[in-house]
Design a protein around this ligand. Structure first.
Ligand code: NDP
Ligand code: 8X3
Length: 254
């Protein structure tokens, strides 16, 4: 069995690659940082193929890299695509957010995911088999202050996953959207807070968040389901996370 995991250089992607290899998969691990992927290859061995790749590149550039992989990692043979690469930038209210950050989130979480999917999908349809696992987020379902474009990109991922299912009816290709809440042990918040480690620490301290291994276990469970079962979506939170009341402010005078 062969899997392509995007965002494999850290966090969930690394743990997912490790778990799938433990389950006898071969894994193509894609991310921008070649040095990180090389360290992971040294750890995980020959069943891991490091693929330095920016999912924001053009479809032709990405397809070209994927087509040059060694035959045992041929894209025509990919059984599982884990569209995990993604990021949040900033937690400011929309009126204070940076437009460039918004564009980067859209380019990565939406357009990059679409590009990789569009390259791999025809091969899966041709062999009447395949599983696409998208990494959504609770931010795609529940609004929160500062979640603006990040949450909107994950709402796209959730609806794209369901619409893919509609299009793929009868093809044997399955699609699942995993929607985690607060997860620690990744670079996610360091990226979101642009290196402000104090903010990162405050967010996770004493929260007992989900860990990358938990997400890897979730992926392992999804891939272990028999082919006649499609897990449409999975939403998971740490027990320490739940919901706030709706906010009501005093009305403003014009
Ligand atoms: P990390 O920052 O640890 O991992 C993100 C991964 O995406 C890295 O491997 C990074 O590698 C890769 N990546 C980012 N941009 C690109 C790009 N343009 N091309 C290729 N790879 C890219 O965060 P997580 O592991 O936490 O996040 C993984 C996914 O899970 C994301 O989609 C995130 O939105 C989602 N998620 C995270 C949650 C959390 O609380 N941590 C909760 C819910 C969902 P590199 O920099 O080397 O390119
Ligand atoms: C990341 C989870 O709650 O920080 O997608 O948006 S959250």
């Amino acid at each position: 069995m062969l899997a392509l995991v995007t965002g494999a250089s850290s966090g969930f992607g690394y743990s997912i690659a490790k778990e799938l290899i433990r389950q006898n998969y071969k894994v193509i691990g894609a991310a921008r940082r070649a040095d990180k992927l090389e360290v992971i290859k040294n750890e995980l061995g020959d069943n891991f193929c490091a693929l330095p790749l920016d999912i924001c590149d053009t479809s032709a550039q990405i397809a070209d890299k994927l087509n040059r992989l060694p035959s045992e990692f041929a894209i025509s043979q990919i059984d599982v695509l884990v569209n995990n690469a993604g990021l949040a930038l900033g937690l400011e209210a929309a009126q204070h957010a940076k437009l460039d950050d918004w564009y980067t989130m859209v380019d990565t979480n939406i357009k990059g995911l679409m590009t990789v999917t569009s390259i791999i999908l025809p091969y899966m349809v041709d062999k009447h088999s395949g599983l696409i696992i998208n990494m959504g987020s609770i931010a795609g379902t529940y609004p929160y202050p500062g979640g603006n474009v990040y949450g909107a990109t994950k709402a796209f991922v959730a609806q794209f996953s369901l619409n893919l299912r509609a299009d793929l009816a009868g093809t044997g290709v399955r699609v699942c959207n995993i929607e985690p809440g607060l997860c620690g042990g990744t670079e996610f918040s360091e990226v979101r807070f642009k290196g402000d480690l104090e903010k990162v620490k405050t967010l996770y301290d004493n929260k007992n968040p989900i860990l990358p291994e938990d997400i890897a276990n979730t992926v392992a469970w999804v891939v272990s389901q028999p082919k006649h079962i499609n897990i449409n979506r999975i939403e998971l939170m740490p027990t320490s996370q739940s919901f706030s009341p709706l906010k009501v402010t005093e009305s403003t005078k014009a």
